[in-house]
Design a protein around this ligand. Sequence first.
Ligand code: GTP
Ligand code: MG
Length: 226
Amino acid sequence: MNKNLKRIAHNAVIESGYNAEKIYDTALKFQQLMMIYDGAAKQITTKLEILNKEFNVRGKRSPIESIKSRIKSPESIALKLDRHGLPMSLENMTLSLNDVAGVRVICPYVADIYDVRDMFLSQADIRLIEEKDYIAEPKPSGYRSLHIVVETDVYLSECVCPVRVEVQLRTIAMDFWSSLEHKMRYKTEKDVPQSIRDELRQCADRIAQNDLDMQSIAQRLQLCSV
Ligand code: GTP
Ligand code: MG
């Protein structure tokens, strides 16, 4: 177990007053909450799949290449709360983290990202909470994607739970860069030399130019609307 995780788990046990029943009860509630987050991610994925299918049925090009979804692991939740200086608790998780449930949408072209965003957000049962456009303003690392946090209702037998889901929209090219860079650098403890950071940023910039060039070709072939 990672040293930080050991400390966080230890603090949580102290917080519970070494009460085994309380710890068991929290674990059970955590499991229920994760089931609800999973339900929310599934609802969002289904909505996006329906939009994509509609294009296929109408004989149009798919604006979505693929969709992936994931629920944050308990370890990542604990470490992220700790990075934010918050003790590990179900309340802190639900109130402070927007990305416990995450959906990643990969689109062929840059314009598709904004088309999918608009179609998705126009749905009455989807509420926009936050939007970060790292395509218009890439991160210093070179990272590009459109991030939206939405809220959707998950219906249980006795209540309705509003749940936040982070949706990351990016092109195939942006996904290529961020998948590889994530493994090489992002969140690694190791120090990456500035020269390597610069090279990764330059790769991201070249990839972004290729994205625009491919889109321009698609437009000329009348495959792409914008
Ligand atoms: P995290 O603690 O990293 O989740 O940050 P945050 O919640 O403040 O949100 P942010 O808008 O920075 O987006 C975080 C997510 O975007 C990460 O979990 C990654 O999936 C992705 N991301 C952000 N920056 C980078 C980056 O420089 N490289 C890569 N590969 N992915 C990134
Ligand atoms: Mg995140």
